[in-house]
Design a binder for this molecule. Structure first.
Ligand code: DGT
Ligand code: CA
Ligand code: CA
Length: 571
């Protein structure tokens, strides 16, 4: 069996963790992590790409060196660097480093001083009191660790973009089978949640087509926990579970509705049905024994006296009452977007030159983008100081003079310092069209301090947008403690906007926060935070979450014409 993308990504992640613990070059560590994210998101398997003669070195985040390593892994099923690292250090250390209060350096110390190689070792070190005797470890760390080790490990959820790569390949594979009709992924995936627990696939098929057999024979399947005539469950090699159900055409809509969920939305609909003396289940809407609807979702919603609820809204957060009154929001769509307001170039930590990023944005049909490289404080990203920013501004002016029907806005992603001051002086910020402010350090401040820090940043009248307002990295870093309600109220007073960062590793603000921001009267920018030309394609993940947050085109500043946008950016 060929090596799967998820396995290569896991090898790179593990190598990055161990390199970090060893204190290796941080650029090298980040390069492996970044490559892992790119690989797990590829629509086709690396093995297939290599077979068809594609040059992996051309993928974003993967240069010649990494492409060579990937080819070697595909050929040998082993990653030599990782094998070597594992001879030097126990593989479990990487996971331990993610526990609260630890980190690569402290894990190395635990390993060197106390011989901690596993969670069990760590548990023993905490219990025996040896941990707190180590330099830099105190009673507080000990308490936090004891609490974290006592908690059962949360079940893994998969980022939407990762699940999507698996789902696309699987749908294509199942659809190609003889006698298979519709193949659709329902569940949280269809609702476009930021993470999914498993994939729920529905198929219609002619008698004898046996879609379950075909699923069980899929090359990515690691195990088959259940295999029956109408339902098959498999676990893919990435760990993602897939539930497949074969359903008849006459109840296809009812099954799609049922398995799309959410459970809470379904419960609300069943309540409406029973109020009319009907019954709703995965086979249809029934009046006594008679099926009065079931072929399509639309038919069922109509019979229940409701407007059709888009899947992204099916969370029982008020959508059923609005559907009854036919007052559902008109949701923003990808085609509404006219530009991108958070873009990096190779002036800081982006990978493409300015002109290439601009050409790619233009090719997407946008009317404008804002170039927002990092400011000087973010040294690992080669942030801009006033002199370099001034040179970039000149370059943008020259580029704009040549462009027709497209405008490059001059911007910066300015670092918010720990005390809420900004990393560049007002005289510099005042020259820009757009200032995006963001927190990149001191995630550990108290909730009050963090909230005040961000509000103080917005006190600066040049700031138009607060980027990735909670700092979360899905599955890797929790949001920092911050009172968003206060931040939104302050933003509203000051005419500031919030970002919905469309990077599938961030999706920050999260859907419920987006809904809260809208309720507080805030407008949002949906921005990709692109670091390469491929990054622009992430806009659709931002749109998913914007829709889950009930946003209409009018709630989003970068659906506007350039002239209107400029008005909205003025404070
Ligand atoms: P996930 O997989 O954790 O990301 O979330 P879902 O929403 O995909 O949940 P899942 O896979 O457990 O079930 C898929 C859908 O099936 C769910 O959204 C609604 C429906 N469903 C599952 N169990 C029940 C249930 O006990 N009652 C009702 N009404 N619906 C259910
Ligand atoms: Ca599911
Ligand atoms: Ca499921």
């Amino acid at each position: 069996m060929p090596v799967q993308n998820a396995e290569i990504a896991a090898m790179f992640d593990q190598a990055a963790e161990l390199l970090e613990i060893k204190g290796d070059n941080p650029f090298r560590v980040r390069a492996y992590r970044r490559a892992a994210r790119e690989i797990e998101r590829l629509p086709r398997s690396v093995s297939t790409l290599l077979k068809t003669g594609e040059d992996l070195a051309e993928l974003p985040g993967i240069g010649k060196d990494l492409a060579g390593k990937i080819a070697a892994i595909v050929a040998s099923k082993k990653f030599d660097l990782l094998e070597q690292l594992k001879r030097e250090l126990p593989g479990e250390l990487g996971e331990i480093a993610t526990l609260p209060g630890l980190g690569p350096k402290r894990v190395k110390l635990l390993y060197d001083e106390l011989g901690v190689r596993s969670r069990d070792d760590l548990r023993r070190a905490v219990k025996s009191g040896r941990l707190r005797e180590l330099h830099g470890f105190g009673a507080k760390t000990e308490q936090n660790l004891a609490a974290a080790l006592a908690k059962p490990q949360a079940p893994t959820r998969f980022k939407l973009a990762v699940a999507e790569a698996e789902a696309d390949a699987l749908v294509a594979y199942l659809s190609a089978a003889k006698g298979v009709g519709r193949v659709v992924v329902a569940g949280s995936y269809r609702r476009r949640r930021d993470t999914v627990g498993d994939l729920d696939i529905l198929v219609t098929a002619r008698a004898g087509a046996a879609p379950g057999d075909r699923l069980a024979a899929y090359e990515n399947v690691a195990s088959v926990p259940a295999h029956g005539p109408s339902r098959t469950t498999v676990v893919l090699r990435s760990g993602l579970q897939v539930d497949l159900r074969a359903v008849p055409e006459a109840s296809y809509g009812a099954a799609l509705m049922y398995f799309t969920g959410s459970k809470a939305h379904n419960v609300a609909l069943r309540g409406l049905a029973s109020a009319r003396g009907w019954k709703l289940n995965e086979y249809g809407l029934f009046d006594g024994k008679r099926r009065i609807a079931g072929r399509s979702e639309d038919e069922i919603y109509r019979k229940l006296g409701l407007a059709v609820v888009p899947p992204e809204l099916r969370e029982d957060r008020g959508e059923v009452a609005l559907a009854k009154a036919d007052r559902l929001p008109q949701l923003v769509a990808l085609s509404d977007m006219r530009g991108d307001l958070h873009v990096h170039t190779d002036w800081s930590d982006g990978h493409a030159p300015l002109a290439e990023m601009v050409a790619a944005a233009k090719a997407r049909g946008y009317a404008y983008i804002a170039i927002t490289d990092h400011s000087r404080r973010v040294t690992v990203a080669h942030g801009l100081d006033p002199a370099r920013l001034a040179r970039q501004i000149d370059q943008i002016d020259r580029l704009n003079a040549k462009l027709e029907g497209f405008t490059v806005l001059k911007g910066i992603e300015v670092d918010i310092l720990a005390d809420g001051h900004l990393d560049l002086p007002d005289s510099v910020l005042g020259r820009l069209d757009l200032v995006v402010a963001a927190v990149h350090s001191r995630f550990d401040l108290s909730r009050t301090e963090q909230t005040e820090r961000i509000i103080r940043a917005m006190d600066n009248r040049h700031v138009s947008i607060v980027a990735h307002p909670t700092g979360r990295l899905i599955g890797e870093r929790e949001p920092y403690a911050v009172d968003l309600e206060k931040v939104f109220a302050a933003a509203h007073q000051r005419g500031c906007h919030m970002e919905l960062n469309a990077d599938p590793d961030r999706l920050d603000l999260a859907d419920v926060n987006v809904q809260a921001a809208k309720a507080a009267g805030i407008k949002l920018a949906i921005s990709t935070d692109s670091h390469s030309t491929a990054g622009f394609a992430n806009m659709r993940f931002g749109i998913d979450q914007a829709r889950r947050g009930w946003l209409s085109p009018a709630d989003v500043i970068n659906t506007r014409s350039l002239a209107k946008l400029k008005q909205l950016l003025k404070r």
